[in-house]
Ligand binder design. Structure first.
Ligand code: IPE
Ligand code: IPE
Ligand code: MG
Ligand code: MG
Ligand code: MG
Length: 289
C-alpha cells in the first residue's frame, strides 16, 4: 500500500473516530445507560469503512470531507445499530463484537434493542442536517425491506436450508451491499458528482459491497477470533447461508477477486477516475479483520 494513501487513510480514520465520539449524546445526560451503551458499541472500534467511503466519494470533487462529517458519522451509527441487533440472541446470538462483549452481554437485551434503535434514530437526525432530502430517502431505502433489513430476514430464514448461488448473492447484496453502496452515493451526491460518474461509482459500490460480505464469510472460516474481534467458525455452527457453504472456499475467493477486478474497471470508466477507490477495493480483499 502506497505510503501516501496509508497516511491519508489513517488521517480520515482519526477524523471519523474523533467526530463519532464528539457527536454522541453526553454520558451526563439522561437516559445515561442508553448513552453509555451507544458509546460502548460505537467506540469499541471497527474499520469505519462506510463513513470512509462517503468521505472519499465527497472528496472526489475536491471538497473538504469535514463538510459532510455528520452524514458520514450517521452511516457508522446505522452500521453499529445493525451489528448490535445482528448479535442479539434472537438473531445471530453472538457474545463478542469488536473485541468486546456484545451490548446485550455487557448491558441487557432491552438495552441492546434500545441502544440500536437510538443510534438508528440519531443517524436520521444527522442525515437531515445536510438539508438534502434525497440522501435521507436513499439511506432509508438502503436499510429498509428492499435493502439491509430485507437481507437480514432472508439470512435468518435461510439458516439450515439449501440455498442457490443466486439466492446467496441476493441476501449478501442486500444485508451488507446496500449500505456500502449508499455510503458512496451519499458522499457523491452531496459532493455534486456528475451523473455518469455517480452511475459508475454505484456499480463499483454494488460489487464492493458484495465482495465485502463474501470476505466476511470467508474470514469466518479462515480468520482468527483475536484478529477479527468476533467469534469465528460460528456461521458453520449455525448453518448460515454463506458463500463458502454454497460455493466452497476456493470458488468464493475467486468470486470476490473477480468482483473487485470488475469494480476497478467501473472506476477506470469514470470521467474522473479516482485511484483511491481501486486501492480501497484491494483492502476489502486483503483484509484479515
Ligand atoms: C461486519 O461489518 C458486518 C458486516 C456487514 C459484514 P464490518 O466488518 O465493517 O465491521 P466493523 O465495523 O469493522 O466492526
Ligand atoms: C451482518 O452479517 C450484516 C448486518 C449486520 C446487516 P453477519 O451476521 O455475517 O455479520 P457478522 O459476521 O456478525 O459481523
Ligand atoms: Mg447476521
Ligand atoms: Mg452476525
Ligand atoms: Mg459474518
Amino acid at each position: 500500500l502506497d505510503a501516501v494513501w496509508e497516511k491519508d487513510l489513517r488521517e480520515k480514520r482519526e477524523l471519523i473516530d474523533h467526530w463519532l465520539e464528539k457527536l454522541l449524546p453526553s454520558l451526563n445526560s439522561v437516559p445515561q445507560v442508553l448513552h453509555e451503551a451507544m458509546r460502548y458499541s460505537v467506540m469499541a472500534g471497527g474499520k469505519r469503512l462506510r463513513p470512509m467511503l462517503a468521505l472519499y466519494a465527497y472528496a472526489a470533487n475536491d471538497k473538504d470531507p469535514l463538510d459532510i462529517i455528520k452524514p458520514a458519522c450517521a452511516l457508522e451509527y446505522i452500521h453499529t445499530y445493525s451489528l448490535i441487533h445482528d448479535d442479539l440472541p434472537c438473531m445471530d446470538d453472538d457474545d463478542l463484537r469488536r473485541g468486546k462483549p456484545t451490548v446485550h452481554k455487557k448491558f441487557s437485551e432491552a438495552i441492546a434493542v434500545l441502544a440500536g434503535d437510538a443510534l438508528h434514530a440519531y443517524a436520521f437526525e444527522l442525515l437531515g442536517t445536510a438539508g438534502e432530502s434525497r440522501i435521507v430517502s436513499e439511506v432509508a431505502q438502503a436499510i429498509g425491506t428492499s435493502g439491509m433489513l430485507g437481507g437480514q430476514i432472508c439470512d435468518i430464514m435461510a439458516e439450515n436450508k439449501a440455498v442457490s448461488l443466486d439466492e446467496i448473492e441476493r441476501i449478501h447484496s442486500r444485508k451488507t451491499g446496500a449500505l456500502i453502496r449508499v455510503s458512496l452515493r451519499i458522499g457523491a451526491i452531496l459532493g455534486g458528482m456528475n451523473e455518469k460518474d455517480l452511475e459508475y461509482l454505484t456499480r463499483y459500490g454494488e460489487k464492493l459491497g458484495l465482495a465485502f460480505q463474501i470476505m466476511d464469510d470467508i474470514l469466518d472460516v479462515i480468520g482468527e477470533t483475536g484478529v477479527m474481534g468476533k467469534t469465528v467458525g460460528k456461521d458453520n455452527a449455525d448453518g448460515k447461508a454463506t458463500y463458502p457453504r454454497v460455493a466452497g472456499l476456493k470458488q468464493s475467493e475467486k468470486i470476490a477477486r473477480e468482483l473487485v477486478d470488475s469494480a476497478k474497471k467501473d472506476i477506470r470508466n469514470m470521467i474522473r477516475p479516482f485511484k483511491v477507490f481501486e486501492m480501497l477495493s484491494d483492502l476489502v480483499i486483503s483484509r484479515r479483520s
